[in-house]
Design a protein around this ligand. Structure first.
Ligand code: KIV
Length: 271
């Protein structure tokens, strides 16, 4: 049975109801039409067009280089595929910090040009004005706290954040601020499970964890990581559900061997 017959489109209201009744929210990244079709048909609640596209699609070391135009290109393809999932798009580095008017323009471009259903934005109180301004245009906003990869050069490493009390306290305050501003949810990345539990229980809106333990209201992973396409990346929080690198590598090796050995195409595979 197709999941599309059960629910028409996941909305931020449905996500809130899911939190209220204790139903966990599933979220995965996707960046292109074919992958997003598979993800949507599998019944995922939220597809994130993450700026991790900068790493896994473009091969950059960090998420910083990806542009707004490139995010819109990826998001448009995902939106064409997603019939049920809510599609949320990362505002890339340099398109919202320190200038709320630019933040609003960036979010409007994403919504208008890709057809996505909302945006995600990294940071707490320091980006409050930008979050507020985007929300005034009726655009759903998801926050992102903890390890925020766009700040990697400030952090210096991708290690667990908010282990010290001062940073944990700032995260608690940031989460409350984002909720008060009107965000519909918050991604909590790579923070201690105990802190994520406390924050998830204190907030009314859903939290979506990545490396933040089992008590978040939902979970998100980067699709290339969970499918094992990204061979070398194996942090503790990552559960690998397939080993597509090896599956694809072996298929391609067989193809090369068949072409070289004149076994492809055969008589049935030609006109
Ligand atoms: O860009 C991304 O993929 C993300 C997730 C890791 C939450 O922000």
């Amino acid at each position: 049975m197709s999941v599309h017959k059960e629910v028409k489109r996941i909305t931020t209201h449905i996500l809130q109801e899911m939190k209220n009744r204790g139903e966990k929210i599933s979220m995965l990244t996707a960046y292109d039409y074919s992958m997003a079709t598979i993800v949507d048909n599998a019944g995922i609640d939220i597809i994130l067009v993450g700026d991790s596209a900068s790493n896994v699609m473009a091969g950059h070391e960090t998420t910083l280089p990806i542009t707004l135009d490139q995010m819109i290109y990826h998001a448009s393809a995902v939106v064409r595929a997603a019939k049920r999932a809510l599609v949320i798009v990362d505002l890339p580095f340099g398109t919202y910090q320190g200038n709320s008017k630019e933040a609003l323009n960036s979010a409007i471009r994403i919504m208008k040009e890709s057809g996505a259903h909302g945006v995600k934005i990294e940071g707490g109180v320091e980006i409050a004005e930008s979050v507020s301004r985007i929300l005034t245009a009726g655009i759903p906003v998801m926050g992102h706290l903890g390890l925020t990869p766009q700040s990697i050069y400030k952090f210096g490493t991708y290690t667990v954040r908010a282990k010290e009390e001062a940073e944990a306290q700032k995260l608690r305050e940031d989460a409350l601020k984002l909720q008060d501003l009107g965000c519909f949810g918050i991604v909590l990345e790579k923070i201690p499970a105990k802190l994520a539990k406390e924050v998830s229980e204190s907030l009314l809106i859903p939290t979506i964890g990545i490396g933040a333990g089992q008590h978040c209201d939902g979970q998100v992973l980067v699709i290339h990581d969970m499918l094992g396409i990204n061979k070398g990346f194996k942090p503790r929080f990552l559960r690998q559900y397939a080993n597509l690198y090896d599956v694809m590598n072996s298929a391609i090796k067989n193809y090369v061997s068949d072409v070289k050995g004149k076994n492809f195409p055969n008589e049935q595979e030609q006109y």
